[in-house]
Ligand binder design. Structure first.
Ligand code: NAP
Length: 531
């Protein structure tokens, strides 16, 4: 039974009289799942409870937080088929993809539990004092990361599990020691309700404080805006469109107390094909590109929507055309996303100098809400005159740009704005010859991929899923991988703090057995007392 009520800590609430149903995009009708929109009273209660819970939860040990996350991961793993069925109804995503995403979400939660159990993530730094130093005594300084406070998370439409209620943003905030209020994405509220109940149950089972987690519903933007403006909220995690991410960022920085918004807003993820690679592996590259652009109906922020190649080899265009014609389209997540896709492709196609290079065989299928993959082509010169052509169209499309020379390819790279990823295909010798291109790209993207494709983001310690604006609102961070935890922490330094008042991570005796930077050297040693 799916409860269409707000989850506020350990309670449910359905105060509001305004309701909405979720939508089945494949069958184009409402589902039977009815949701109440959160009221201002419910928003206040959720945030107040989150602020109170934060004061308790932030003091929990790494082991206690890891236990909570591990219980949640196990419960999610064994939550059964209802989740898959409901998520399929609400998103049109195939069950096999949802199963895979559930596994990814489970592994992501366990990864953060492991990070907490090990403990060195707090980045403890100790500069021991010297009262005898002249002319001034040297203070004892001890640094570590502490949680920032209650966090608001906006679930993403395109990853209903891995970037939603118990997704990367929520889990990295929990790992940091923060309480979380999630605004469910209106494209999958029933899926969100199932996961929300799992989080609530795991928190209860592991004696976490009431209010550590809340889940609010709305099919408009009002609840989200109120949450970002709430004075007790200290940070925001968001994945979605540039329009929404930038709007939330602007609201957050104009508050009396500005707060960080970590918005991941997608990009076109340029792929550069160097001439010898096109000659040697043209067919393989064309097939892999077509597969990457159309994977998941192109609904990935790492979708490689821009390809730049040097046009000495027209055969490569033919290979791309052939590969793309073999692709298939599919149902998109929401009617709005499909409309934006169709109008984006239309807009690009009506730009002078842009042509359709290929269309998928799906174009023959007569299904009203089907997204049809389309590959477009243009020249470097046209791109230079129409920067809008390098903006993201969310869906299964790409723009193939022919550059007349290495110089023009470099100029295209120089003119790029910020992206999540940039990719280069080249032979070993070519890559060395194009070192300058790589040096430009590392300044434009969060991840530089060599001889691969950017879709399929690996979750791990070394991943960066972020990038310069406008791909995100803060290029210094990542929303995937363990480093995502630092979005929800801040460093604090204790000066001359008595031992018994220091957090365990910073005491002379290394009770947590973590790595610490002691007077410039990393070690797990205790600090010997001078007296
Ligand atoms: P969206 O429009 O960015 O919406 C994401 C969330 O933000 C939703 O909960 C939405 O609420 C809320 N929201 C939207 N505008 C807002 C505003 N001005 N103030 C406060 N909250 C706001 O994303 P979407 O609906 O998932 O998809 C629309 C487009 O986003 C896609 O076509 C695609 O271009 C892009 N997108 C990008 C990524 C990515 O990976 N970066 C992922 C998904 C989508 P309501 O829906 O209730 O308005």
């Amino acid at each position: 039974m799916i409860a269409g009520q707000q989850i506020i800590g350990f309670d449910y609430s359905a105060e509001g009289s305004e309701t909405f149903y979720s939508y089945n995009p494949a069958e184009q009708h409402n589902t039977n799942y009815l949701f109440h929109k959160a009221t201002t009273g419910e928003i206040n209660l959720a945030v107040q409870k989150a602020a109170a819970a934060f004061q308790v939860y932030r003091k929990n040990s790494g082991a206690e937080k890891a236990h909570f996350l591990n219980v949640l991961a196990e419960d999610l793993l064994y939550t059964g088929d209802e989740l898959i069925k409901v998520c399929n109804e609400e998103t049109g995503l195939p069950p096999v993809r949802i199963e895979g995403e559930r596994m990814r979400t489970v592994n992501q939660i366990k990864m953060f539990a492991t990070l907490l159990s090990e403990g060195s993530w707090v980045d403890a730094r100790i500069d021991t004092g010297n009262p005898e130093r002249t002319p001034l005594p040297k203070p004892d300084l001890r640094f570590m990361h502490i949680p920032i406070g209650p966090v608001v998370v906006f679930g993403a439409s395109n990853f209903p599990l891995a970037f939603s209620v118990a997704g990367g943003d929520t889990i990295s905030a929990f790992a940091a020691g923060c309480s979380v209020v999630v605004k469910a994405h209106p494209a999958h509220p029933a899926t969100s309700a199932i996961i929300g109940k799992l989080v609530q149950t795991a928190a209860k089972k592991t004696n976490m404080p009431d209010g550590l987690f809340s889940l609010l519903f709305d099919d408009g933007i009002d609840v989200g805006i109120q949450l970002v403006k709430h004075p007790l909220v200290k940070a925001v995690g968001f994945t979605g469109s540039y329009k929404a991410g930038k709007a939330l960022f602007d609201i957050a920085v104009s508050r009396p107390e500005p707060i960080p918004v970590y918005a991941e807003m997608g990009s076109t993820n340029p792929v550069f094909i160097l001439p010898d690679a096109a000659k040697e592996r043209g067919q393989e590259i064309a097939a892999a590109y077509a597969a990457s652009v159309t994977m998941g109906i192109g609904q990935f922020c790492t979708n490689p929507g821009l390809m730049i190649f040097q046009n000495q080899d027209n055969n490569f265009l033919q290979l791309l055309k052939t590969a793309f014609e073999k692709t298939t389209g599919g149902v998109m997540l929401t009617p709005n996303i499909l409309d934006s896709y169709n109008s984006g492709v239309h807009q690009h196609l009506t730009t002078e100098g842009v042509e359709q290079l290929a269309i998928s065989g799906t174009s023959a299928v007569d299904v009203a809400n089907l997204a049809v993959p389309v590959l477009l082509k243009t020249s470097g010169k046209v791109l230079d005159n129409n920067p809008a052509l390098s903006e993201e169209i969310f869906g299964p499309t790409g723009m193939v740009v022919s550059a007349s020379s290495k110089k023009e390819m470099l100029a295209i790279a120089e003119n790029l704005s910020g992206h999540l990823t940039a990719t280069v295909h080249g032979t070993e010798d070519e890559l060395i010859g194009y070192r300058q291109l790589l040096e430009v790209l590392e300044q434009k993207a969060g991840r530089v991929v060599i001889n691969g494709f950017p879709t399929g983001v690996e979750v791990g310690n070394a991943m960066v899923h972020g990038g310069p604006f406008p791909s995100t609102t803060d290029s210094r961070t990542t929303s995937v991988g363990t480093a995502a935890i630092y979005r929800f922490t801040r460093p604090v330094c204790y000066q001359n703090m008595p031992q018994q008042l220091l957090p365990p991570a910073l005491r002379d005796k290394n009770v947590l057995n973590i790595y610490r930077l002691i007077n410039g050297d990393w070690s797990t040693k205790d600090i010997a007392r001078m007296t």
